[in-house]
Design a protein around this ligand. Structure first.
Ligand SMILES: Nc1nc2c(c(=O)[nH]1)N[C@@H](CN(C=O)c1ccc(C(=O)N[C@@H](CCC(=O)O)C(=O)O)cc1)CN2
Length: 283
């Protein structure tokens, strides 16, 4: 018998979260504190352009002051470091993020290290990453924070569950594994060298697909009743496709995120919330 899963509606949860954040912004405005977000975009990656536009649009809508620093594709590392230094010193800016990926001539690690850890709203600075892995509270990468919030809103408990995170990126896989561990899940990280990913997935209560391969996770990976989180945003023939084969997996999983409308909107809502956390600290 095939059962249809509950769809984890990221669009709806993110909208409610943005409203809560907007209320927090109004409270800050009463104390003459305007939360400030700076987004640095180097080059013209079409997907990055969309994400940055949406971040700024949604930030502005809820009263966050936001600036975009647009730099050409051939920007040098030195020039980018100078922009970051200026933002670090700008008292109107609470949160700084550098949109990834960066062009090849720029070393990502050098850039992330240059962001003031107290303004590192993306949580990618090694200081904040270290705090995350040592189980301390702090700035957390937005996609991982968004996924945890989505699970919490649907009252999906994580403690004692087997979680498989497929993908070990700085942006999603690693920070999410740390958050799931902090929430007392038993966490496995699978990656490009992992043998028998399907076999590992069959043991998992929670499967997170964050590897960037369209429809990689199929129904034979899934234990009936599992929770499936799809972080993929692959463009195939102009269409947005996740890392999960939604139609086959939805008949087996208890909960599943759609693409679009699942994890993506939660990422931006988490970023806004964290920007306001930083402004509250300034206050
Ligand atoms: N500095 C950062 N760079 C990148 C991050 C990040 O968190 N910080 N994450 C991703 C891209 N990203 C945010 O930047 C992001 C990805 C997807 C979405 C989203 O809302 N997706 C929609 C679909 C939108 C579309 O049509 O493409 C959805 O899934 O519903 C938001 C943000 C890489 N870089």
């Amino acid at each position: 018998m095939s059962v249809m899963s509950t769809i984890l509606d990221g669009k709806k949860v993110a909208a409610a979260w943005r409203l809560e954040t907007q209320i927090r912004v109004s409270q800050l405005l009463e104390h003459q504190v305007v939360p400030g977000l700076a987004v640095v975009l180097v080059g013209h990656d079409p997907a990055s352009e969309i994400y940055v536009r949406n971040k700024v649009k949604q930030a502005t809508k809820i009263g966050i002051y936001s600036v975009v620093k647009r730099l050409p594709e051939d920007t040098s590392e030195v020039a980018l470091l100078q922009v970051i230094r200026e933002l670090n010193a700008d008292p109107e800016i609470d949160g700084i993020l550098v949109q990834l990926p960066l062009p090849d001539q720029i070393d990502e690690e050098t850039i992330l290290l240059a962001v003031d850890p107290n303004k590192d709203v993306d949580g990618f600075h090694p200081y904040n990453f270290g705090r995350l892995w040592s189980g301390q509270r702090g700035l957390v990468p937005a996609t991982a924070a968004g996924i945890m919030k989505l699970l919490a809103d649907y009252r999906i408990s994580v403690a004692g569950k087997n979680a498989l995170v497929i993908g070990r990126s700085l942006i999603v896989g690693r920070p999410l594994a740390a958050l799931l561990l902090a929430a007392n899940a038993t966490v496995t990280i699978a990656h490009s060298q992992t043998q028998n990913v399907a076999q590992l997935a069959q043991q998992a209560d929670i499967v997170v697909a964050a590897l960037g391969v369209p429809k990689y996770v199929t129904s034979d990976f899934i234990k009936p009743g599992a929770v499936v989180i799809d972080v993929g945003t692959n463009r195939v023939d102009g269409k947005l496709v996740g890392d999960v084969d939604f139609d086959s997996v939805a008949s087996k999983a208890a909960f599943i995120t759609p693409v679009p409308g699942g994890v993506g909107p939660m990422t931006i809502a988490a970023l806004l919330s964290q920007t306001v956390d930083l402004a509250q600290k300034r206050q």
